[in-house]
Design a protein around this ligand. Structure first.
Ligand code: DGT
Length: 229
């Protein structure tokens, strides 16, 4: 994962786009967002923004992602608050190209928050503070979203992938948690009942293997070009 400070350093001050066409890649943990994002490297004029996970793992030497999974009752609010800040920084960042492709968004952060509420991981008052921040940012910052690509997966499939990649912070993540995150994503992007959609949604089958994903990526490219014309 690329630190956003590195991303900043990569940006050349030659010409910056303050309002680039923005595509957000969404989906459960282990749904293949990073791999999918890599395909966009070949897309002309696109700035690829991977999730700033390294920042979450080192906040002045503290691994907040790890603390969240080890002791979510005490750290969910703090972690979610920092995640929201780092996502906002990416949303509002000018890019050196007219397309911005992001892994997740403040909107999926809102999904995780919704799950925290449903499972009583955080107190109502903590959720309210985060929601107030979120609402304020929606109204007062420039968060452009033109297309959401939802890599829809089966919880059992992503559970296996997660176990195979064995990210150390995630060793205690259960299938039950992945089911919850799946339901929230489905409520939002598939059933469309959770909260309003900021952009059209394209749903792709994220259970497919890497090779099978290539034609899906091409489909996306066409869709993006069509949205632009
Ligand atoms: P991929 O490329 O589809 O396999 O995706 P991952 O697993 O590399 O990336 P992602 O965003 O699904 O999750 C990275 C880790 O961070 C994972 O343990 C879930 C966690 N995470 C990401 N965003 C949030 C959030 O807003 N809230 C909470 N509580 N956890 C989050």
């Amino acid at each position: 994962k690329v630190r956003s400070s590195c991303i900043m350093a990569m940006l050349s001050p030659r010409k910056l786009y303050n309002n680039p066409f923005t595509i957000c890649i969404e989906g459960n943990i282990g749904s293949g967002k990073t791999t999918f994002l890599d395909h966009f490297q070949s897309f002309n004029n696109a700035t690829i923004l991977q999730e700033p996970m390294d920042l979450w793992r080192n906040v002045a030497g503290v691994n907040l992602l790890d603390l969240f999974y080890k002791d979510s009752v005490n750290y969910a609010f703090l972690f979610q608050s920092y995640v929201q800040l780092t996502r906002l920084q990416l949303h509002t960042m000018a890019t050196p190209s007219p397309y911005k492709v992001m892994e997740r968004s403040v909107f999926s952060g809102r999904c995780f928050l919704e799950n925290m509420k449903r499972t009583h991981m955080i107190q109502d008052v903590e959720a309210m503070v985060l929601e107030n921040w979120y609402d304020w940012c929606m109204e007062n910052t420039n968060i452009r979203t033109d297309l959401i690509i939802y890599l829809r997966t089966t919880p059992e499939v992503v559970f296996q992938r997660m176990q195979a990649r064995a990210r150390k912070e995630e060793d205690c993540v259960s299938l039950e948690y992945l089911r919850q995150i799946h339901e929230i994503h489905d409520d939002w992007l598939y059933r469309k009942t959770l909260f309003s959609l900021p952009a059209p949604v394209m749903i792709l089958d994220g259970d497919k293997s890497l090779e099978e994903m290539v034609p899906q990526f091409e489909k996306c490219k066409d869709r993006i070009l069509n949205e632009q014309t």
